[in-house]
Write a protein that binds this ligand. Structure first.
Ligand SMILES: Cc1cc2nc3c(=O)[nH]c(=O)nc-3n(C[C@H](O)[C@H](O)[C@H](O)COP(=O)(O)OP(=O)(O)OC[C@H]3O[C@@H](n4cnc5c(N)ncnc54)[C@H](O)[C@@H]3O)c2cc1C
Length: 284
């Protein structure tokens, strides 16, 4: 196996075009474990860590852009990810433990596309766009089209995720991510990501995504419609949860049975919405 460490995106894309069996490595938190377990064999590893243009968080009036190799820890501490984008910051802070958060990158997380991961649902709730580059050029992939199946994405051969673009969201929006895991630091048994706007006591905007509840993160517009116009009372939350659970297709595995996961959905939804409604994440 060869390890190449290009200094620019162009150089990395040229390597991917030229080499038959080349694969990117970002934080290595997942890929190295898979290689050690003989689940993946790679001829050429293309390290992304030296490519400065892939890292960091920048903002304009309209959006926040997170470079693909930005570490979870930096995202969890970012003062830029406020309002609606608190959902992404909150998800980053709940990934595993500090050692993994200091190593793993947001690009690596979404390219691995583990349905139990925290970013997929948070990015769906935040209405993200994934920017991907290849030797042929750059394209923008709406988050709803990025995850295709268990561990499968819309990325094509030779493409590198360069950034995650986050629109600022509606005025007054707040976002939050909640997860239930068996022990602290584990992947989610179920997670809920929510972005809300409250107009007084009434919900005027809701964007909700379920994680760890099927092969890809789940968003149900009818569930959001059940919340909008309501005071987020028990009846509205129960109806939204019913619609979300209907769309869920959770597995039966070591983190919980299908039945248990379905039971968690209304509880986690209520927890996320009540936290946002009470304004507890206003400063996040
Ligand atoms: C002990 C442990 C606990 C964890 N717990 C959680 C958890 O609770 N929640 C959670 O969400 N995650 C969890 N993770 C996963 C962690 O968040 C990893 O960061 C993530 O899975 C992979 O990120 P990485 O940067 O290390 O990617 P790598 O391991 O370097 O790469 C992963 C995959 O993505 C590809 N890739 C990487 N970057 C790019 C790119 N820019 N463009 C194209 N392809 C790319 C690689 O080729 C590889 O296929 C855990 C991991 C460990 C080891």
């Amino acid at each position: 196996m060869r390890y190449l460490a290009p200094g620019s995106l162009k150089e990395a894309l040229d390597i991917l075009r030229r080499e038959d069996d080349a694969r990117c490595i970002a934080g290595g938190a997942t890929l190295v474990a898979m290689m050690n377990a003989d689940l993946v064999a790679v001829d050429v590893l293309v390290g992304l860590g030296r490519i400065a243009e892939l890292s960091g968080i920048t903002e304009t009036d309209d959006e926040v852009r997170i470079g693909a190799t930005t570490r979870h820890a930096e995202i969890a501490a970012s003062p830029v990810l406020t309002g609606a984008l608190g959902v992404v910051r909150s998800a980053a802070g709940q990934i595993a433990h500090p050692a993994v958060r200091n190593m793993g990158t947001i690009g690596g997380s979404i390219c691995h596309a583990d349905p139990a991961a925290d970013f997929p649902a948070a990015l769906l709730a935040a209405d993200a766009t994934i920017e991907a580059a290849s030797a042929e050029g750059t394209r923008q992939i709406p988050i709803g089209e990025f995850f295709e199946d268990y561990f499968e994405t819309a990325l094509r051969e030779g493409e590198i995720v360069t950034a995650i673009r986050l629109p600022r969201g509606p005025a007054g929006a707040r976002g939050h991510h909640v997860k239930f895991s068996r022990v602290d630091g584990d992947y989610a048994t179920v997670s809920v990501s929510a972005v809300l706007v409250m107009a007084g006591a009434t919900c005027s905007y809701a964007r909700i995504a379920l994680g760890s509840s099927g092969p890809v993160p789940i968003r149900v517009t009818a569930a959001e419609e059940a919340l909008v116009g309501s005071p987020l009372d028990q009846a509205a939350i129960a109806e939204a949860a019913r619609l979300l659970a209907e769309a869920a297709d959770p597995v039966d595995d070591v983190r919980g049975t299908t039945e248990y996961r379905l039971m968690l959905i209304p509880r986690l939804l209520a927890r996320a919405l009540n936290t946002l409604k009470d304004g507890e994440t206003a400063s996040v």
